[in-house]
Design a protein around this ligand. Structure first.
Ligand code: NAP
Length: 297
């Protein structure tokens, strides 16, 4: 891929994991900004597990900002491949941070609600304690190691934790739900895990707001409001044209998966709002937009 948008831009932004759910809309958004040049790198251009390649590639492009969207995100597979999850999400994130620091570039590292154990009962602030590691999934542990490595290797990193990301550019919960519902194969959806669905283009825009504010530190960014997976699925089905199906709520215990999921992972957005002066739109409005875009594409 190695997409380099050529302009007379003043600011160069290098995006890793540029073909993912988040990386794709982020690169599209940056490409529309007149004063920023986007260098979007797919995994085939830059594998963050290979430290020499990371340093060389970042040095070659000399970006002002590096946004690390690269991650091993197959949450269930991480349980049986924890070593690789740690290599990419933990060590790899630290390598990207060190390479950015070595050329004086600012860093945005994308992290997850899975660094929390899910026992909170109110929206989780940025300074809430993470872990403990033994109560996290292998994916959550690897992402937590990534946060720690980033903080160790970069003097002023920005860490953006998000959750329940979906978009138009890859497999995700809404796409799977709508496909199953259309085929009449969807019966039950988990109703005892609560979070905030996050439309990837909204998250991309929020990251640009944070960069524009020259922010550093930890931020929580999702669409606002919260729901269960069942409520999210029901909302999508009601909005999508041509689907006539009734689904039932169920418990996590009825639908066991290899990786532990946080029961509650609603993130407190107030720090993001205070620093940028922006608010995130409600998850329902974002889901309406998603369904609309899905059907005009
Ligand atoms: N999706 C969610 O629900 C969610 C929730 C919370 C946080 N996040 C975080 O958000 C960030 C973006 O994730 P996403 O949702 O966009 O996931 P995604 O769609 O799976 O995209 C991940 C990207 O990283 C690339 N990648 C994987 N291994 C790599 C490696 N070793 N070196 C370089 N690139 C590699 C992938 O390329 P290939 O496809 O070619 O392997 C893909 O382009 C990640 O940090 C993730 O942990 C996601």
């Amino acid at each position: 891929m190695d997409t380099v948008q050529s302009t007379r831009a003043a600011t160069r932004v290098l995006v890793t994991g540029a073909t993912g759910l988040l990386g794709t809309p982020l690169c599209s958004l940056i490409a529309q900004l007149p004063t920023i040049q986007c260098i979007g790198l797919a995994r085939s251009d830059l594998d963050i597990a290979f430290d020499e390649a990371v340093a060389k590639t970042i040095e070659r492009h000399m970006p002002h900002w590096v946004i690390n969207c690269a991650a091993y995100t197959k949450v269930d597979d991480c349980e049986s491949n924890e070593e690789w999850a740690t290599t990419v999400n933990g060590v790899g994130a630290g390598t990207v941070a060190a390479a950015a620091a070595s050329i004086g570039a600012q860093l945005v590292h994308v992290s997850t609600d899975y660094v929390f154990d899910g026992t909170a009962r109110n929206p989780i602030p940025v300074d809430a304690p993470t872990g403990p590691p033994e109560k996290l999934s292998a994916y959550g542990r690897s992402k937590l190691e990534g946060e720690q490595a980033v903080i160790k290797n970069h003097p002023t990193p920005m860490i953006v934790r998000t959750a329940w990301v979906y978009g138009l550019d890859g497999p995700c919960f809404p796409r799977a739900i709508l496909n199953l519902a259309r085929e009449g194969k969807l019966k039950k959806v988990v109703n005892d895990q609560h979070g905030a669905p996050t439309f990837a283009p909204d998250l991309a825009e929020a990251i640009i707001h944070l960069i524009t504010a020259n922010a550093s530190g930890i931020f929580h960014v999702t669409n606002s409001g919260s729901c269960s997976w069942y409520e999210f699925a029901r909302y999508l089905i009601e909005r999508a044209p041509g689907i006539d199906i009734t689904i039932q709520p169920c418990t996590t215990a009825e639908f066991p998966r290899p990786a532990r999921r946080p029961a509650y992972s609603v993130l407190d957005l107030s720090h993001y709002e205070a620093v940028t002066g922006n608010t995130m739109r409600d998850w329902c409005a974002a889901a309406d937009d998603y369904v609309f875009q899905l059907h005009i594409d």
